[in-house]
Design a binder for this molecule. Structure first.
Ligand code: ZN
Ligand code: ZN
Length: 414
């Protein structure tokens, strides 16, 4: 290598929950094997393929830990709870030392017994005013930041000295009295006190708020408490653009994925409203945003949530349909491939329709570039990709391989 090769750009396409298991009604094929996917297969025929254990063999990844691994981070090192990623997903990106929680607006009676965990699915504009009212909340030595999520959801960040995520949930996940936040280690004691103080103070503000007075007079459950859960610390990580020397962006419809990418320092791009993140999402519109972003960025991560949703709902036929729709998106990308582009097509985990949740099955992987060795894999699916020359790799191996294909790796040794 003379160092003369041009640096390429990278498009990483994460088809959320794509991997599956044999479906008896499909003659023991997977939804991806059953689906007609000439364009995904074209990438497999013109690239190298393999299968990938995103965390390690048999481990069932969450979307959050999986995306961290795909971005080259060790989730066991940097992942400390879901709260920060949920908070970042609604635009609250905290800093090292902050503790974040996911929260629900809920309804409690006078004895603090939860009567509605979602406060009648309270939503905007009511929640906007309620969140605003909570910003005035002052606590001794601890800064409180509350962010608005979708519908009854919100996020809470506590900022101050000596905070820790070693605390339990306040949300009892049931129609019982709210739980007291408790420390799970000595480190968590100050935080547990702060959480209990926050919940009580927020309840006092929300209880008599005009929005809730109005809701009660309309016969709606008042959103009179915020219930924190899923405490997590913001990870202290080297930002992805710094680590890779690539200007980097993400195109995603789901809050948590945006949050992960935001925390990792990727620019989270605006996408059109038709990219809902649901199964009816306009994937071509999303691909257009991703391809246009490559004018400005060296690395674009694109997440398509739809196959995961069909997997969770155990809808095998719907998963096939979603995959065939994704194939049209790959036709769109294939027709517009820049010469220097490295495309990685994979999933963050399997969500088999027979499981209805994430599983530890490895996911299919194809890496395409004009210069990629074309191996014997002719079809993009869980079985054929396993015959490819990339073999069976771990999620953390993906980034170094695509960086190398893009001529962006540093030489190790002379
Ligand atoms: Zn996922
Ligand atoms: Zn999922």
């Amino acid at each position: 290598m003379t160092g003369m090769a041009h640096k390429g750009r990278v498009l990483m396409i994460i088809m959320d929950g794509l991997g599956d298991r044999a479906v008896p009604e499909f003659s023991y094929r997977t939804p991806l094997q059953k689906a007609r996917t000439p364009n995904m297969d074209w990438f497999a025929q013109n690239g190298s393929s393999g299968i990938m254990d995103v965390i390690s063999p048999g481990i069932r990844p969450g979307s959050d830990t999986a995306h961290l691994a795909l971005l080259g981070y060790d989730p066991y090192e940097v992942y400390a709870g879901r709260g920060p990623f949920e908070a970042a997903g609604i635009g609250l990106i905290g800093r090292k030392g902050d503790v974040a929680f996911r929260c629900n607006f809920a309804t409690v009676d006078d004895d603090l017994v939860v009567t509605d965990r979602r406060a009648g699915r309270v939503k905007e504009p009511d929640t906007i005013e309620l969140v605003e009212a909570l910003q005035s909340l002052k606590m001794d030595g601890i800064e409180v930041i509350v962010g608005l999520g979708t519908e009854h959801r919100a996020a809470l960040i506590l900022r101050g000295e000596g905070l820790s995520s070693d605390v339990t949930d306040v949300d009892p996940h049931d129609h019982v009295r709210i739980w007291e936040c408790k420390a799970t280690s000595e480190k968590g004691e100050r935080t547990a006190d702060a959480v209990n103080e926050f919940v009580a103070a927020a309840h006092r503000i929300l209880r008599d708020h005009p929005i809730n007075v109005a809701r009660k007079s309309k016969g709606l459950p008042p959103a009179n408490i915020l219930l924190p859960r899923g405490a997590g610390s913001f990870p202290d990580i080297i930002p992805f653009p710094e680590k890779t020397d690539m200007r980097s962006a993400c195109v995603a419809g789901v809050g948590m994925i945006k949050g992960i990418c935001g925390i990792c320092g990727l620019d989270v791009l605006e996408i059109p409203a038709c990219c809902t993140g649901g199964t009816g999402t306009d994937m071509i519109a999303k691909a257009k945003v991703a391809l246009e972003a490559l004018d400005e960025y060296d690395f674009v991560l694109m997440n398509i949530k739809a196959p995961d949703l069909s997997g969770h709902d155990s809808l095998a036929d719907q998963k096939v349909e979603v995959i065939e729709k994704m194939d049209e998106m790959f036709a769109y990308i294939r027709e517009r491939l820049p010469d220097d582009l490295v495309v990685a097509m994979t999933a963050d985990h399997s969500t088999p329709v027979s499981v209805g949740d994430h599983s530890g099955d490895p996911v299919p992987l194809t890496i395409y570039s004009r210069h990629m060795v074309r191996d014997s894999c002719k079809a993009y699916n869980e079985a054929d990709c396993g015959e490819g020359r990339l073999g069976r790799i771990r999620g953390k191996d993906l980034l170094p391989i695509v960086m190398d294909m893009a001529n962006r790796s540093e030489k190790y040794g002379a």
